[in-house]
Design a protein around this ligand. Sequence first.
Ligand code: IMP
Length: 198
Amino acid sequence: MKLVLATLNSGKIAEFRQILMDKSFVNVRSLLDYPTIPGIIESRRTFAGNAIKKAVEVSKHINAVTIADDSGLEIDALDGEPGVLSARYAGENSTPGQLITKVLKRLEKTPDVERTARFRCAIALVIPSCEETVIEVVEGVCEGKVTLNKRGEHGFGYDPIFVPLGYNQTFAELGSEIKNKISHRAKALGMIMKLILS
Ligand code: IMP
């Protein structure tokens, strides 16, 4: 089965591929394989809204099962920021370093006990059909907290400053094998695979 990931984010693509590694019947593609598909503006106010928009737009160009992920970090002490703005929190084309610097600066005076946060991942699924196109959306959450400093080299985005609940190391220290078992993305993708296979 061909499964198109409606993203150009290489960090996300690597994680999807690893999570789906034992599903040998799934032939994973991404927008890197379809360079002519135009970029999609994430204009919605929720992760689910943006995920649906991306999956629906991409599926108009490709007649295959398509999924899109919209995800980010919600920090309680910042009233849920950066949230849907996670990729652009320090301005358009923010680097991971700039994003992390901004978050740590805004949390400068926040004590450890109040640094609770979660990663949220919405994944939308589109299964095109001439009879009835299926559109579903699910969400996975990974609770944890934001560290005082960057730690670790693995992963992408905010991984160096996020410690998942029940662990002492950041996602960037834990590495992909553990992250991809407990992450927001792994949970959401598990739900999506159940829907695809049901
Ligand atoms: P978007 O889903 O393309 O809007 O981008 C979400 C942004 O949230 C990414 O660019 C990262 O900065 C951040 N993000 C989402 N998921 C993760 C994750 O698993 N680890 C670290 N950062 C993440």
